[in-house]
Write a protein that binds this ligand. Structure first.
Ligand SMILES: C[S@@+](CC[C@H](N)C(=O)[O-])C[C@H]1O[C@@H](n2cnc3c(N)ncnc32)[C@H](O)[C@@H]1O
Length: 235
């Protein structure tokens, strides 16, 4: 499915099954952003970012979470966007000099433009196709140079990946995907292949610079760069 206007459709599933406030519930119970924001996963992501930007000075961080990802890092000009009021409140006291906005990623915020945009482990939480497409557009508009996206390149709900997890972790929650593989857990995770939406980046004058596959076998850091020649023509 391409990221084309004709294909914008709602995910067909009963609304009562969607955990619309999953993250707010999680943070208000003292929960964190998860394993992707700490330890080896975090180290691996920062290593890639530094290849493109040795110093990260100007960022819009979409779906910023609890800022565990930023532990040990500073940023001169930072704007974090997240849907969860609780996490944004916490973040404001953690980093009083940074700017935070409570908003959904699909809502366009006027006047935001930074050297780079981060969007880590957010896209697979967007259940709605329209919201996904709008978010990708916003990521491009907020950036003047780089867009870094970490999301799933391989479907964790495929039979093969469910089997792998089942054998490694004896995760019985994955057992159902061995019988009935899926694209979604029908609650708060939905797999879409970003390659199918590259046209959105092209339309916004971004070129794919690289895909860095995560050693975990599921994720990938996609790096897009603004096409400079086009900018020059317009200045
Ligand atoms: C797995 S956490 C990742 C946090 C952070 N990007 C990181 O890598 O450490 C996903 C975050 O996305 C936020 N989120 C989920 N849906 C969102 C949406 N539609 N708009 C903005 N933020 C959203 C959640 O509140 C949560 O903080």
């Amino acid at each position: 499915m391409k990221g084309d206007a004709k294909n914008w459709s709602m995910v067909k599933q009963p609304v009562f099954l969607l955990k619309l406030n999953y993250w707010e519930d999680r943070y208000s119970r003292g929960g964190t952003s998860g394993e992707g924001s700490i330890g080896k996963e975090r180290e691996w992501k920062w290593k890639i970012i530094r290849r493109y930007l040795p110093i990260v000075e100007s960022v819009v961080d979409v779906g910023c979470g609890d800022l565990s990802f930023w532990a040990g890092h500073d940023c001169k000009d930072y704007v974090g966007i997240d849907l969860s009021e609780t996490v944004i409140k916490r973040n404001k006291s953690l980093r009083p000099k940074w700017r935070f906005i409570i908003s959904s990623s699909d809502k366009f915020i006027t006047g935001l433009k930074k050297e780079c945009v981060f969007c880590f482990d957010l896209l697979f939480h967007l259940m709605n196709e329209d919201s996904f497409v709008k978010t990708l557009n916003n990521l491009c508009i907020y950036s003047s140079k780089y867009v870094f996206i970490h999301t799933w390149k391989h479907n964790p709900f495929s039979r093969q990946n469910a089997l792998r997890r089942f054998l490694r972790k004896a995760a019985f929650t994955d057992f159902k995907y061995l019988i009935l593989p899926s694209k979604t857990d029908k609650t708060y995770q939905y797999y879409r292949l970003l390659e199918n939406y590259y046209n959105i980046f092209e339309r916004n004058n971004f070129a794919l610079l690289n895909e860095h596959e995560n050693p975990n076998g599921i994720g990938c850091m996609y790096v897009f760069g603004k096409i400079k020649e086009y900018d020059d023509l317009n200045t």
